[in-house]
Every structure is written in C-alpha cells, then in structure tokens.
Design a binder for this molecule. Structure first.
Ligand SMILES: Cc1cc2nc3c(=O)[nH]c(=O)nc-3n(C[C@H](O)[C@H](O)[C@H](O)COP(=O)(O)OP(=O)(O)OC[C@H]3O[C@@H](n4cnc5c(N)ncnc54)[C@H](O)[C@@H]3O)c2cc1C
Length: 565
C-alpha cells in the first residue's frame, strides 16, 4: 500500500494511517515502524517486509523522488540546496573555521541522501571495521561486514571475493573519461601512489576512477534499488511528507511514534520495534525530543526524561574538504563545456541518446587514497578530483578553465555535537561540527594540501596548469595553509557518530543497534558508526542496514535469544 503524492490522487495509505491513528490504543497494527526513508531506511523497508506476515510502516519526512534531476547523476547540483529535496541545514559558527557556518545538505526525499549524493561508491578500509570490533562491537569486524557489502551489490564488473552481483545496489564504472583525469592518475604515480582499479577490494591505497552507484547512466539510490521493488508488497506502507516527532513509550518500551503529515498530527503504534533511520541529524533529534538523551539538556527544555543517555548527539564526526583550485592553460575542463551553448547541447544529447558523457558524472571523477607520512599505517587522506571549479559546491561553474583537487583527512580526531534548540520538532537542532580542533587534524590537513600541490607540480600535470587559484601560491607556510583551510574548507557531507554503537557510557546503541536501556527501539543509519570510516559513507550505511535487518529478523524469531552476531 503506497502513499500517492500526486495532488488529487486517492490516498489509500492515508486512509489506512488515519484508521491506525484512531486505533492508536489497540494492540498495535505494525510489526515494524521505520522512521526515515533514506539510505538505511529503504534497505530496512525492503528486507523487513520480505515476510508477508510482518506489517511494516515507513515514514518519510520528504516526498517521492519524482524530481527528474534526482536520477541524472550530475543532477545533484540541482537537488542540493533545493528545499524540496534537501533539509538545507546550516551549522553553527565554527571556531575551527574562523567562525564560518557551513551548509550541510541532507536528502529530504525517498532515498534520503542517497537521492542527492555524489554517487561515489567507496566502502572504507578493512581496518575501520576491525577497529569497530576492537572497540567491543562484536560482529562488526571487516570479515563480519564484508558479506553484507557483497549482498547489497550489483557490480557491473562481475563477482569476485569482494564483490557481488544481483544485489539491489547497482555499482558501475564511470561512463566518461577525460585526458586531465588520466594525467592526474599518472601524476599521482610520479609521487609513488600506485594506480588502483578497485578501491573496494584487497587494498585501498592508490589513484584511479571512482565507481558510481548507478545503472545505465542513471542514479541507483536506495529508493530505486531497494524500495521500488518492494512497493507492490501489501504488507509495506510508505507514507511520505510524514515527519516523525517523538517515539511513544510504555514505561521503557517503545510502542509507536507521533508524526505530523502536512500539518496534522498523527500517531502510529507497533507491537514489534520502532527503528530510527532518520540519519545523523534526524535520529539524535528524535531521541532527544522523545526524552532519551543527556538529562540536563532535556530538563532545560522541560522534556520529560524517559531515559538518560549522555551520548545522544555527541561524537559527531565529519570529513572536511579543502578544495584547491588550479587554473589550466587550455579549455580542458567541464567549465568550458558548460559555458559553450553548442557543447552544452551536445552534452545533453549525448546523455539523452546514449546515457553517457558529462551528465553521467558523479560528484567527482578521480579518487586518490594516500598517506601523508610513511609512518601512517594506511592512507590518511583522500583526494576528490573534479574536472571543474566553482566558488562553492553546488554553485555555478567558473567561466574560465580550472579543476578542483579537494583533499580530506580520513579519520579526524575532532568531535562535535548536535543539540536541541527547542522542544519542537520543526526547529532544526544546533549543529556544532568542531572542525580542525586537534593538532593532528590540522597537521594532516596541511600535509594533504601540500601533497595536492606536489601532484600539480609533477612533470605530467605542471604543463597543463597556469597557476594555483585557490588558496594561491602566496599561501606558502604551514601556518598560512592552516589559515586557508579554516577560511576555505567545506563539508564533504559525511556526518556520522551521533548515536554511536558501543559499550562505554557515551554509547547510544549496543552492537545489535538496540538503544541501550530501552526496549523495542533501535537506531540504524550513519549515526551508529562509532568512528568515521576512511571514505564516503553511503555504501557503509547500506551495509549497516543490511546487517541490522538480519539482526532484527533474527531477534524476532522465538529462538532470537540464542542469536549470533
Ligand atoms: C550532497 C551529498 C553528497 C554526498 N555524496 C556522497 C557520495 O558521493 N558517496 C557516498 O558514499 N556518500 C555521499 N554522501 C553521504 C551519504 O549519502 C550519507 O552518509 C548516507 O546517505 C546517510 O544515510 P542515512 O540513512 O544515515 O541518512 P539519509 O540517507 O540522510 O536518510 C535519512 C532520511 O530520514 C528522513 N528523516 C529525517 N528526519 C525525519 C523525521 N523526523 N521523520 C521522518 N523522516 C525523517 C530524511 O528525510 C531522509 O530521507 C553525500 C551526502 C550528501 C548530502
């Protein structure tokens, strides 16, 4: 049963939900209520509804993914910063960025951020997951999670020890190559960084083209890959434009949620579990509004305390990118194509007729994972090479030829926090990322910027470059580079960790993603990552939801108590 958003179309789901609201006090209609239809939520909706006997409700604050730009890979330039598809969060003034506030886009549409992201398919390093296991999270070592990456995947290159075919998430090679990108890979080789075909296999270090979550030149969000095939199931209800406000408790047991649909308050009850998949900002906000979080903060907003959990909203981590822009001598970048009406028309035709060309490009073309010092055991920075430039991500391209070599530190030590601003769900929480707060983060970032310059200065690349536009060659000392990083950097959209999995006092969920100290409530999304993975975060979030769905189904079986990880 699917909510139809078209104006005037009958809303069968609405009627069912309305009757559920009237029945609110009864035994409970749903086995599972999934809050948030994003990267994780769509996976859960699919996997949990495979058993026709289980009734699943998916509540999504945004609408259907009908905006055509969602499905064109390069279309994230149109969907990001668009309030119809993006929550358009803004951080608080950040000390580490000289008081700047950053735009923090998050998908507000079915598919969530996987509908507006850059499509780059990266899993992180084996050591990331082994570290999660070392922190006490049984069942989350690399060997434990690899089968879930494989299960989720439909890899265009075929199956091997690291990759799967036939899964819901399509992964494919770029449909466009560019001489500048090839040369960037060769230039990295001059610094001893090996070429790499597959960043998600036996080793990550190296330089090569990204793979994308796309099929035949179209985006494969989790709404496309997971939710659409599950839509015909009568036991799955999808309600869009439904913003969950609070979890309802009977004592310590979650028994439902309250939500608002187009202004009117509703309620849904369940006899099984409420699963928060509202993302690294949404999930902690809902917990806090529900009375689960640091007692002092809740008290200050007169929110009745259900359960004190000090870590809700804490442990916020993100990748901060410093975008270095190099002006080129010739018209070899996408800037030139976009500003030439004839070439722009050819780009459109190439896409419409053959599903190839610049419109099939993800947020970036070439990826480099490198170590800033030989002492680093594994790569500590990632490059995203874009054969284009703009003042800010998502803004119009420059009218001159230039490319962007952005670097980000992979495992920042700095930790931020998300806190309520009011007891009302419609007020965005305050986001304090606390970037560049530790000496190590500052050093690695500066070292990454220097490596970006070293690549630009190689025999292969130097002849193509006119000069470094940003931050500019006059920014020479480490101190000046750090100032430039503070003044110029942007998020690369990977907030995680605000409902972290673990065993210590600040952990919000246990290794089965159950909220500690409560029953019938889990969090399953990027917020549960105890530490940020060394790479982009969509594929790891899909993996988390794949694994969680197995755990949820296993725990529901009569023998669930004898569960294994
Ligand atoms: C612009 C951008 C570019 C990115 N590029 C890449 C990339 O190229 N590669 C990569 O791997 N990762 C990328 N990421 C990151 C990646 O997409 C996210 O880490 C991942 O999608 C997070 O998944 P999630 O399920 O935790 O949250 P989301 O996918 O954000 O899903 C949360 C969902 O919950 C909904 N929601 C929130 N609050 C409520 C509420 N109260 N009630 C109901 N619904 C609610 C939201 O609308 C959303 O649909 C990018 C992200 C962005 C924003």
């Amino acid at each position: 049963m699917i909510a139809a958003d078209r104006a005037g179309a009958p809303r069968r789901t609405d009627r069912r939900v309305a009757s559920t609201a009237q029945d609110a006090g009864s035994a409970g209609a749903y086995d599972y209520i999934v809050v948030g239809g994003g990267s994780a939520g769509c996976v859960l909706a699919n996997r949990l509804s495979t058993d026709p006997a289980k009734r699943v409700l998916l509540l999504e604050a945004g609408g259907r993914d009908w905006n055509p730009w969602i499905h064109v890979p390069v279309g994230y330039f149109k969907t990001m910063h668009n309030p119809k598809t993006d929550w358009c969060y803004k951080t608080e003034p950040d000390k580490g960025l000289n008081g700047r506030r950053l735009d923090w886009p998050r998908g507000k549409v079915l598919g969530g951020s996987s509908s507006i992201n850059g499509l780059l398919y990266i899993r992180g390093q084996k050591e990331d997951y082994d570290h999660w296991r070392q922190l006490g999270n049984a069942g989350w070592s690399y060997d434990d999670v690899l089968p879930y990456f494989i299960r989720s995947e439909d890899q265009e290159r075929g199956a091997d020890d690291y990759h799967g075919v036939g899964g819901p998430l399509a992964v494919s090679d770029m449909r466009i190559r560019r001489a500048l990108c090839d040369k960037f890979i060769t230039a990295a080789g001059e610094l001893g960084i090996p070429p790499r075909q597959d960043f998600n296999g036996a080793a990550q270090e190296g330089a090569g083209y990204f793979q994308l979550t796309a099929r035949n030149g179209r985006r494969c969000s989790t709404a496309v890959g997971y939710l659409n095939p599950a839509r015909p199931r009568p036991n799955l209800e999808i309600v869009t434009h439904a913003q969950t406000e609070r979890v309802l408790f009977d004592g310590r047991h979650a028994v439902g949620v309250t939500y608002r649909r187009k202004g009117s308050p509703r309620e849904a009850r369940c006899r099984g579990e409420v699963i928060l998949a509202a993302g690294a900002i949404g999930s902690p906000q809902i917990l806090l509004l529900s009375g689960v979080g640091p007692g002092g903060q809740l008290q200050s907003f007169d929110i009745p305390l259900v359960h004190h959990l000090a870590g809700v909203g804490r442990n916020l981590q993100d990748h901060l990118q410093v975008r270095m822009v190099f002006k080129t001598r010739g018209p070899i970048t996408m800037n030139d194509q976009v500003h030439n009406p004839f070439k722009k028309m050819l780009m459109g035709l190439d896409y419409l007729l053959f599903r190839r060309g610049p419109l099939t490009m993800g947020a970036s073309q070439v990826c480099v994972f490198a170590r800033t010092t030989p002492e680093a055991a594994t790569p500590d920075i990632q490059f995203h090479l874009q054969p284009l430039s703009a003042d800010k991500p998502g803004e119009g391209l420059h009218r001159f030829s230039a490319f962007t070599s952005s670097i980000c530190q992979l495992r920042p030590e700095s930790r931020g926090v998300i806190e309520l601003r009011s007891p009302f769900a419609q007020d965005y929480p305050a986001i304090h990322p606390n970037y560049l707060a530790t000496v190590k983060d500052q050093q690695v970032t500066v070292a990454g910027m220097k490596m970006s310059r070293a690549i630009a200065a190689t025999e292969t690349l130097a002849p193509l470059i006119d000069h470094e536009l940003s931050p500019g060659a006059e920014t020479a000392s480490d101190e000046d580079l750090l100032v430039a990083a503070r003044n110029l950097s942007q998020t690369i959209y990977h907030p995680v960790g605000t409902c972290k999995m673990g065993r210590d006092e600040t952990a919000v969920v246990d290794e089965r993603l159950r909220v500690r100290g409560l029953e019938g409530l889990r969090v399953v999304d990027a917020s549960v990552m105890p530490t940020l993975v060394s790479g982009n975060t969509n594929a790891p979030t899909v993996m988390i939801a794949e694994k969680a769905s197995d755990m949820i189904l296993a725990d529901a079986r009569p023998s669930g108590a004898a569960r294994s990880n």
